[in-house]
Design a protein around this ligand. Sequence first.
Ligand code: SAM
Length: 308
Amino acid sequence: MFSYRHAFHAGNHADVLKHTALIAVLRHMTQKDTALNVFDTHAGAGLYRLDGDYAQTSGEAANGYLKLVEALANAAKNGTDKNAPPTHPALQDYLDLVASFNKGVSHTVYPGSPFIIHNLLQGRDRDRLKLFELHPTDAKTLRANIAQLEAGRLVTVDQEDSFEALKKFLPPPSRRALVLCDPSYEMKTDYARVVGMMTDAVKRFATGTYMVWYPIIPRPEAHDLPRKLKTLAVREGRPWLNATLTVKSSKLTTDDEGEVVRPGLPASGVFVINPPHTLKATLVGALGQAAKFLAQDKNKAFEVESGG
Ligand code: SAM
């Protein structure tokens, strides 16, 4: 069994990118009243504590969501740079949504994708959210967290291998769907399985919106993934968008004792097939600010490319 637990990583810079993009996509898709099916193929535990043991051990939120909150609060307090632009609406939307899970000014709870999606589907009784989570512990926690929502038929949790299971649900009855695919890539085979799942999904349901998160790390499979997704989109004649956020260099360094220090995750991306037409402009603005505030060295960058 795999050992990845998202609790160590919740609220990191990759979550800032992924959840800001997810919110922007869903805001657009929920403008229409027609029923929507959302599939979160790698759901995680749903809710995370930023003051708990897991998050404290890794400290990743401190360089992600929490860093963003602090930087923006400082900018507002100092108000020294009168020409500084206000927080981009999409970044503010992300921050407000996360803050709504916390009381007052505390930032101890971080919502994972299932809770972010559920939040945006509230009041839309005909929508359906299907969550897949294979890890037994996280699936159990996810079920318990979801039970508290008393969401009834709106949300279902399946402890299944989503790479295999998704096909059973496409095309959805509503003919409108978002698939979020956010694996841990703990196993090298995940990269090929993502491409396989997306190829099959787009064939079954060409007009669905598909969003894949991927790490940008020095590994051939990771490097090839967005290229393969782009080939798929172009071959099937579907519009696509690829957005990346880099917060530091990917180079190995050495510490005072000469030991090699790995940089951790320096960058990640989201690849979207059939993105809302507004997404590119939204992400250019939001990621430009996020890159500035989350930079850990001078290698900060963002890129939003699209086609089709
Ligand atoms: N999407 C979540 C979020 O944004 O809050 C984080 C998900 S985490 C990166 C990936 C999750 O996928 C892990 O909890 C892992 O246990 C689960 N997982 C790994 N392989 C899976 C598979 N084949 N099917 C379903 N879940 C899987």
